[in-house]
Design a protein around this ligand. Sequence first.
Ligand SMILES: NC(=O)c1ccc[n+]([C@@H]2O[C@H](COP(=O)([O-])OP(=O)(O)OC[C@H]3O[C@@H](n4cnc5c(N)ncnc54)[C@H](O)[C@@H]3O)[C@@H](O)[C@H]2O)c1
Length: 330
Amino acid sequence: MLTTFNTRKNMQDYSIKKRVLVTGGAGFLGSHLCERLLNDGHDVLCIDNFFTGTKDNILHLLDNHNFEVIRHDITFPLYVEVDEIYNLACPASPIHYQFDPVQTTKTSVHGAINMLGLAKRIHAKIMQASTSEVYGDPEVHPQLESYWGKVNPIGSRACYDEGKRCAETLFFDYKRQHNLKIKVARIFNTYGPRMHPNDGRVVSNFIVQALKGNSITVYGNGSQTRSFCYVDDLIDGFIRLMGSADELTGPVNLGNPGEFTILELAEKVIAMTNSSSKIEFKPLPSDDPKQRQPNISLAKKDLNWDVKIKLEEGLEKTIAYFQKMISSNQ
Ligand SMILES: NC(=O)c1ccc[n+]([C@@H]2O[C@H](COP(=O)([O-])OP(=O)(O)OC[C@H]3O[C@@H](n4cnc5c(N)ncnc54)[C@H](O)[C@@H]3O)[C@@H](O)[C@H]2O)c1
């Protein structure tokens, strides 16, 4: 029997292939998400203004007829037809988000309003890429989703932290006011291939410095701790969250709870790259959190999600990526 799908609702109910919009799709996480969605058989629309993302990140996807790219800034409205929206567009590293802090807040706040408005109009499900930065410099360890955070609202990181907090507020108000299907992921430090080589994020920084034989810059005495999640684990969490029951809105922490000091990470990278680099200590930047570690019990319970990739394994893949990039630029 031939079934005809003559309404969009029918398409959503019966079609396995979904039309998925990824904002910030040419960035580090966005490009991995686009790749995963295409591999899962979906139709992917990547939106990016290429502020920190690059065409190189999605070059390998351009031949896929299920993949489309539009250069667009999400601070302006967008009119497209999709079933799901992953809202990732936003510079993520301090160097980039502090470059034009007003634009950073606009991207989080106006961008969220535009994408939520789009989701409302077309009845799409929407996921927000929020961040552990909403916890600020936390007094509680590890951080549970119920913790409200300690953020300096007027500091140099506020354009990002408060922008992301306001975006979360908007997501929950769109749910309460318009009954939108929302999902909020609070992402902790994630690393892997296609990170920007010069964005000051600690894993890429250390690897590039070590591969070039430059000094490894550690801020403070290196005793501050971070957790490092490999990108494939995180993307798996995104897919599970989007596919979860409608009542499960989050916020849900996604990250690797394994805690390492910055000094331990520096030493590991030096050893794994066989580098002759020496560690150089510099003063801590303002509002730098001393400790950051996710409690992922909610994601384990409700999404049946857990991290699988150990730091050494993830570092190996990331080092290989940067090694190739550095040697092709020489
Ligand atoms: N990587 C992490 O560890 C991490 C941690 C917490 C949260 N996040 C969040 O995940 C998302 C993706 O982060 P990432 O690490 O891939 O960063 P990224 O900088 O590599 O990617 C962000 C992408 O958004 C694009 N973009 C920025 N402003 C835009 C705008 N106004 N309109 C359209 N596109 C725009 C950039 O060009 C880039 O391609 C961000 O929202 C970030 O806040 C990432």
